[in-house]
Design a protein around this ligand. Structure first.
Ligand code: NCD
Ligand code: ZN
Ligand code: ZN
Length: 356
């Protein structure tokens, strides 16, 4: 039963784990999970092993992607203080630059002003800069946007003070944008307390006051819903407890269920999950591309139906609407009845050729 036809969705924040983390996810399993969630374009983060901060690693990841992807994929270049002079070589093969100002999974981190200045001076003006910035580091990002008069995109904003600072910054006319992850809209620190390592991610889950503030800005300040799909195996979560949870297959059902509950309009959902991400990251809008979704039948999210290699979601047991039934990309059916229906490599790499 199909009730709803939507444009192909875009997720600007995923961890595809290639190279080096293929036991957690690879381009096949990750892009299959994307299609299962109605997402036809994903942007992949550079905190791989080694990170996407050298031309060699970027080429390696692009070659693997070209062979494996079922949907469209763009890579972020990663800012690394030791390799900062390589940024101009990475730019033509990536869709944007990612700067990590806070501690999280992997070694990429920028904490010194000279590296930040080098990023803003040498990264091409027409390519976006995205930041993992928490707390006062959001203010550092805003300062850089103001000093260099260029857009900055803030990843996974999670706290009231942060979203209010971004709202004020937007009102002042500075070109900042932000994304929010579903887990920060639907879970609080209570979940982390109950679930231990399974509820641990960066930024960490916080209070109901923070969650309420995010919802209060859902139709104004927030530009995108991005999953921060960060798969780690169950064994890893239970032993060394890396931060991160999967998100690709649960984002649309959670957000559509929120539409049903009156928390936002369907038009706003389309802006947050398709129109705005394409505009902010200069992504092409593939012709004849749409998804068919059952927005009537309630179902329970379970781990056993997932396409992500990690095989678990913090939303198992949740009752939602919004199962994706069919995905058409550039006129071709690529997903139907719970299965990918094309060969690996049929997705498009972004940019396809070197782009300045
Ligand atoms: C991410 C990961 O596992 O790569 N983890 C997370 O908790 N979000 C890293 C990140 O996005 O900060
Ligand atoms: Zn992050
Ligand atoms: Zn992330």
């Amino acid at each position: 039963m199909t009730n709803l036809k939507l444009p192909g969705l875009v997720d600007v924040h995923t961890h595809m784990r290639v190279p080096g983390g293929e036991h957690k996810e690879d381009f096949k399993s990750g892009t299959a999970a994307a299609l299962a969630g109605g997402i036809t374009t994903v942007l992949a983060m550079p905190n791989t092993s080694p990170p996407l901060s050298t031309p060699e690693t970027v080429q390696q990841a692009r070659q693997q992607a070209q062979q494996d992807i079922y949907c469209d994929v763009g890579l972020f270049a990663g800012a690394s203080p030791q390799q900062i002079d390589l940024l101009p070589q990475l730019a033509p093969h990536t869709i944007g630059l990612k700067i990590y100002l806070n501690d999280t999974f992997g070694p990429l981190r920028v904490e010194d002003l000279p590296t930040l200045q080098a990023c803003f001076q040498t990264w091409p003006q027409n390519k976006p800069i995205a930041m993992h910035a928490e707390g006062p580091n959001v203010a550092i990002g805003i300062g850089l946007a103001a000093s260099y008069k260029r857009p900055v995109h803030f990843c996974h904003i999670s706290r009231r003070d942060e979203i209010e600072l971004i709202a004020a910054t937007k009102q002042s006319g500075l070109p900042v944008t932000c994304e929010v992850a579903p887990h920060h809209l639907f879970l609080t620190e209570e979940f982390h307390r109950q679930m231990g390592p399974w509820g641990y991610m960066r930024p960490q889950l916080v209070t109901q006051v923070d969650v309420d503030a995010l919802w209060a800005h859902i139709s104004t300040t927030i530009d995108c819903i991005a999953t921060d799909h960060a798969p780690h195996t169950p064994a890893e979560k239970e032993s060394d407890n890396p931060p991160g949870v999967a998100g690709l297959e649960t984002s649309l059902p959670l957000m559509l269920s929120a539409v049903k509950a009156g928390c936002l309009t369907l038009d706003r959902l389309i802006e947050l999950m398709s129109t705005n991400p394409r505009r902010i990251f200069n992504l092409p809008d593939p012709p004849d591309t749409f998804i068919e979704v059952d927005d009537q039948t309630r179902y329970t999210i379970t781990n056993d139906r997932l396409h992500t290699k990690c095989g678990w979601t913090p939303f198992a047991g949740w009752e939602v609407v919004g199962r994706v039934q069919r995905v058409v990309l550039r006129g071709q059916e690529v997903f139907s009845n719970g299965k990918v229906t094309v060969q690996p490599g049929s997705g498009q790499l972004l940019p396809a050729e070197a782009s300045p």
